[in-house]
Design a protein around this ligand. Structure first.
Ligand SMILES: [Zn+2]
Ligand SMILES: [Zn+2]
Length: 429
């Protein structure tokens, strides 16, 4: 034992006894990994959670592997740490504190007979399997309230019969022909239009072990595949206030391969556009539809249904002729989206939209006169020597303004005018 820093009790990290079964170790790992996942704690605790999460992962890595667990039980962490364990070809990630401490490599332990602490022959399989990323659509209501959902997923798990060897007991394997026993294959992968990257992936034939069995020697259960399909119910927890692009990680739930920590399933949230609300950060925006009479006189009523089903009531008093105008903005503090891990909420911005009465709403001249009496009249009359009374078309739009003239001040591009187009120009010449 070199120093106090290495004296970590891996069983303690997972909260289990040193006689725990493989199954107990796995259960404890899943429980600990879920509860200390950095995405699930408050901002200020995140760094500590990250370190804890990594130590949990490393503890599981060692204790779930019979050989590594035996090494740990007999030699403690000194079997994995110290200057004499420098792993050739193993890059050290400085962020990964425990990796520095444990220094585990897949290339085999120096001074150990082949087969101890890894596979012989310079096999280079990533310590951790590939993560599975997928998009998950959520409504604004779900993001407002938070959501826990359960779903069944099918994944590959290491075959329990052959413990991932793929062979019958005492059967002899031979090197995989596809990867030449390396466990990895190299290929090209498209990463964008006209862009490819060279990628090294785990060999699909030997599942990274570098070894395969003859037909007659294959495990009956997995038929030599080393893994079998299993169904599992997964739980996805989406904290309230989550945003588009947020990632929810289910640690270790991706496909398993022998001798490898499984990757994570990562869900990336995708927010479905809402009919009523628009969102930016924790703020919400919605149109506030009111009548012309309400704009002029005020109102007291429920104006919209919030994301949690509550009616939002607005009482607008219009003292001394104060009125609401089109596109005026009313800000309601604290009625936006929840902030994550907090009781605070953003604000709600209501944009006034005035619904004018339908045509024909006035029944008679007397009613019109009443309105004229109540509402302010026009400015003093314009004086002119000559006055022409003109006709008008009340269905016009400004799209026709200057149309076809080529003048950049025109209301719309001349291409939009299907009926007229460029023809009038020719006709007038
Ligand atoms: Zn098997
Ligand atoms: Zn192979």
């Amino acid at each position: 034992m070199d120093g106090a820093a290495e004296e970590i009790d891996l069983y303690e990290v997972l909260g289990i006894s040193s006689s725990a079964s493989k199954n107990e170790i796995k259960k404890a790992y899943h429980k600990a990994a879920l509860s200390s996942h950095p995405d699930k704690v408050a901002e200020e605790d995140r760094q500590a959670a990250e370190i804890k999460f990594k130590s949990i992962s490393r503890a599981y890595e060692i204790l779930s592997d019979d050989q590594q667990r035996h090494l740990y039980d007999t030699h403690g962490m000194s079997a994995f740490s110290g200057a004499n364990s420098g792993m050739p070809g193993e890059g050290v990630d400085l962020d990964d504190i425990l990796q520095q401490m444990f220094g585990m490599g897949m290339g085999g332990m120096p001074g150990m007979p082949p087969g101890m602490g890894g596979a012989p022959g310079g096999r280079q399989v990533p310590r951790k399997g590939r993560n599975e990323e997928q998009e998950y659509e959520v409504t604004l209501e779900e993001l407002y309230k938070g959501k826990t959902t359960r779903f069944a997923s099918t994944k590959n798990v290491v075959c329990a019969v052959c413990k991932g060897s793929g062979g019958k007991e005492r059967a002899k394997s031979h090197p995989c022909g596809v990867c030449g026993g390396r466990g990895m294959t190299t290929g090209l992968r498209s990463v964008g239009p006209g862009l490819v990257t060279q990628e090294t992936t785990t060999c699909g034939t030997c599942k990274g072990s570098g070894k395969v069995f003859k037909d007659k020697d294959r495990c009956k259960k997995c038929k030599g595949a080393k893994v079998v399909e299993a169904r599992k119910v997964l739980e996805l927890y989406i904290p309230r206030g989550s945003r588009e692009g947020d990632k929810i990680v289910l640690p270790g739930e991706a496909d398993q391969l022998p001798d490898q920590e499984p990757g994570d399933i990562i869900f990336e949230l995708s927010e479905v556009p809402h009919d009523v609300f628009r969102r930016a950060g924790a703020d919400l925006q919605a149109d506030l539809h009111i009548t012309l009479a309400e704009a002029l006189t005020g109102f007291d009523r429920v104006v919209l249904t919030h994301l949690d089903g509550r009616g939002i009531q607005l009482k607008v008093k219009q003292p001394k002729g104060k009125i609401l105008r089109p596109d005026q903005v009313l800000k309601v503090a604290g009625e936006g989206m929840p902030h994550k891990k907090s009781d605070h909420k953003g604000d709600l911005y209501l944009v006034v939209k005035i619904d004018f009465p339908e045509d024909g709403w006035v029944q008679d001249e007397a009613m019109l006169n009443k309105i004229r009496e109540v509402l302010p009249g026009p400015e003093p009359a314009i004086k002119a020597d000559v006055v022409d009374e003109v006709e008008y078309d009340d269905t016009a739009t400004l799209d026709d303004f200057g149309a076809g003239s080529g003048d950049p001040r025109a209301g719309a591009e001349w291409e939009d005018e299907d009926e007229e187009g460029a023809q009038p120009q020719c006709a007038t010449q």
